[in-house]
Design a protein around this ligand. Structure first.
Ligand SMILES: Nc1nc2c(ncn2[C@@H]2O[C@H](COP(=O)(O)OP(=O)(O)OP(=O)(O)O)[C@@H](O)[C@H]2O)c(=O)[nH]1
Ligand SMILES: [Mg+2]
Length: 454
C-alpha cells in the first residue's frame, strides 16, 4: 500500500554496505539517489550503468580512481520510481571479504556518495510513498524477528494489513467528519444534521474498531519482546529444576538446600513460535537471611511484571498455606511438581497440572496452557492479526479518547464545531499510525459524497 504522496526531494546520493560486516561469500552495497547510476558508472567497468537495462544483473569489475581493479562482481540498476526507495538505486555484489567490501564502500564515498544513516533507505521509501509508516516499521520487525510467529506478524504488517486497517478507520472518521462539517459549512443546503443516533452509531463503530486494534498491543509486545513468565513458589519445590527442564540445559543451580536461588535468573525459550522469557526466582518463605529477603523482593517484582505466573508447588507434600506473591492478579498456572514421587491425594488437580522435572511429565500440558493464555488474541482475531507496537498503541489511545470526547459532546448536544474538533484530533492520531495527515481528503469527501454545488 502506498503511503503519503510527499516527495523526498533528496538531492544527495547515499551508500551503505547492506550485508552484515564479516567474511562471507558475497557482500551487497547499495547506492540510492539521483547520482546513483552516474557514480556507479565510475566505479564499475564492463557495463555502462547509466544506460544498462534496469533490473538485469551485469558482470564487471570494481575499479578505483586510478583504474586499478579492486574486485569483480555484479551490478543491478533499479530505475526510480520502480525501486525500493523510489529513487534510482544500484545494488553491487562483490566478494564478501571485509577489506574488499570496505575499499569499494570508500570508493563510493570518494565518488560523491554520502554514508547512509541507519534505516535511511527505508525512510526514503516512506517519503517517496513506496510504503506507509507501519510497513517501514515492519521491515525492522522482520529483520529482528526471533521466532516464526514474530516473522509472520512482521510479514502481515509489511504486506500492509495494519496500514489497511488504519486506513479503513480514517475513512470511517472522514465520513462522519465530512457529514458534520457539511452541516456546519453549508446550512442552506438543508443537509440533515443527522447528529442523532446515526452519527452516534458511526462513532461507536469507530470506537469498537479502535479497541479491537488496541487489543493487539499485548500480542505485538509479546511477539517483539517476548512474554514474561515468572516461576515462583516456596523454596525447594523445584523452580530452578523446572527452568532447566524447559531450557534443555542446566542453567540454574539445583540443590536440596532450601534457599538456593537468591537472585532472579532470566532465559528466553522459543515456545513453539512465541518468545518466552522464563524468570526463575528466589523461593518465598517467612524466614531467610538479609540476602534472601532481597531476593524475595525481586520475586515480587518479577511476578508483578509477568504476563503469566507459573506457581510451582511440591505436589508430594500435603497441601499447606503458601506465601502469596504481590501481583497475583496475573494469569496463573499452578504446577504440582515431583509427581514422580507420587502426588499427595489432597491436592486438587482441577486447579493445576501434575508435573515432574524428573521424568518430564506435564511439559506438553504446560506448553499448551501457556500458548492458550498468551495467544488468545491470535485465536480470536485470526482474520486481522494486528500486532501493533508501542507507537501505534499511543496513537490509537489518543484517537480513542478523542472519539470518546466526540461522542460525549454529541450526546450533550454541544455545538457541532466541538464534535468536529474532537473527530479531527482522532483522525490526526489514526493518520499518524500510517504517517499520513491530509485535510484535502475531508474536503474531497464533502464534495463527492454530498454533491454540494450541484
Ligand atoms: N523427585 C523429584 N525431585 C525434584 C523434582 N524437581 C526438583 N526436584 C528436587 O528438588 C530439590 C530442589 O530443587 P530446586 O530446583 O533447586 O528447587 P527451587 O524451587 O529452585 O529451590 P530454591 O532455589 O531454594 O527456592 C532438588 O534436590 C531437586 O533435585 C521432581 O520433579 N522430582
Ligand atoms: Mg532455585
Amino acid at each position: 500500500m502506498a503511503g503519503g504522496a510527499v516527495s523526498a526531494l533528496t538531492d544527495d546520493t547515499i551508500a551503505a554496505v547492506s550485508t552484515a560486516l564479516g567474511e562471507g561469500a558475497i557482500a551487497v552495497l547499495r547506492v540510492s539517489g539521483p547520482q546513483a547510476r552516474s557514480i556507479g558508472r565510475q566505479l564499475f567497468r564492463g557495463s555502462d550503468l547509466t544506460s544498462v537495462t534496469p533490473r538485469r544483473a551485469c558482470y564487471g569489475a570494481f575499479i578505483d580512481v586510478s583504474g586499478s581493479i579492486l574486485d569483480h562482481g555484479l551490478a543491478t540498476v533499479f530505475a526510480g520510481p520502480a525501486s525500493y526507495t523510489g529513487e534510482d538505486l544500484v545494488e553491487f555484489s562483490c566478494h564478501g571479504g571485509v577489506l574488499v567490501t570496505r575499499t569499494i564502500y570508500e570508493q563510493l564515498l570518494q565518488l560523491g556518495c554520502r554514508a547512509a544513516d541507519p534505516g535511511e533507505f527505508t525512510q526514503r521509501a516512506f517519503l517517496n510513498g513506496k510504503m506507509d509508516l507501519t510497513q517501514a516499521e515492519a521491515v525492522m520487525d522482520l529483520i529482528q524477528a526471533q521466532t516464526s510467529l514474530a516473522l509472520k506478524a512482521a510479514n502481515e504488517q509489511l504486506r500492509g494489513d495494519l496500514g489497511r486497517e488504519a486506513q479503513a478507520l480514517r475513512e470511517a472518521l472522514i465520513g462522519v467528519l465530512a457529514h458534520i462539517e457539511a452541516y456546519i459549512d453549508f446550512p442552506e443546503e438543508g443537509i440533515d444534521p443527522d447528529t442523532g443516533t446515526a452519527i452516534e452509531g458511526r462513532i461507536r463503530d469507530v470506537l469498537a474498531r479502535l479497541q479491537s486494534m488496541l487489543d493487539g498491543a499485548d500480542r505485538g509486545r509479546i511477539l517483539r519482546e517476548g512474554a514474561r513468565a515468572a516461576i515462583c513458589g516456596e523454596p525447594n519445590v523445584g523452580k530452578s529444576s523446572m527452568l532447566n527442564v524447559l531450557l534443555g540445559f542446566e542453567r540454574a543451580i539445583v540443590s536440596d538446600t532450601a534457599g538456593t536461588t537468591r537472585d532472579t535468573i532470566e532465559e528466553v525459550i522459543n515456545l513453539r513460535g512465541i518468545p518466552l522469557r522464563l524468570i526463575d526466582t528466589a523461593g518465598l518463605r517467612a524466614s531467610g537471611d538479609a540476602v534472601e529477603q532481597l531476593g524475595m523482593e525481586r520475586t515480587h517484582e518479577a511476578v508483578t511484571r509477568a504476563d503469566v505466573v507459573i506457581e510451582v508447588i511440591d505436589g508430594h507434600a500435603p497441601p499447606h498455606p503458601t506465601p502469596v506473591p504481590a501481583g497475583n492478579d496475573r494469569p496463573w498456572i499452578r504446577l504440582y511438581n515431583k509427581a514422580d514421587l507420587g502426588l499427595h491425594p489432597d491436592h486438587d488437580l482441577e486447579k493445576g497440572i501434575a508435573f515432574s522435572c524428573q521424568d518430564r511429565t506435564g511439559i506438553e500440558t504446560l506448553t499448551e496452557r501457556l500458548r492458550a493464555l498468551l495467544l488468545t488474541q491470535e485465536e480470536s482475531h485470526q482474520a486481522q492479526l494486528v500486532a501493533i507496537n508501542a507507537r501505534h498503541q499511543r496513537c490509537l489511545e489518543r484517537a480513542k479518547s478523542a472519539s470518546e470526547a466526540a461522542l460525549t459532546a454529541l450526546q450533550q448536544q454541544t455545538e457541532p464545531e466541538f464534535v468536529a474538533l474532537d473527530l479531527r484530533e482522532a483522525l490526526e492520531a489514526v493518520g499518524e499510525v500510517v504517517g499520513k495527515v491530509d485535510v484535502e481528503e475531508i474536503l474531497g469527501e464533502i464534495f463527492s459524497a454530498f454533491c454540494i454545488g450541484k
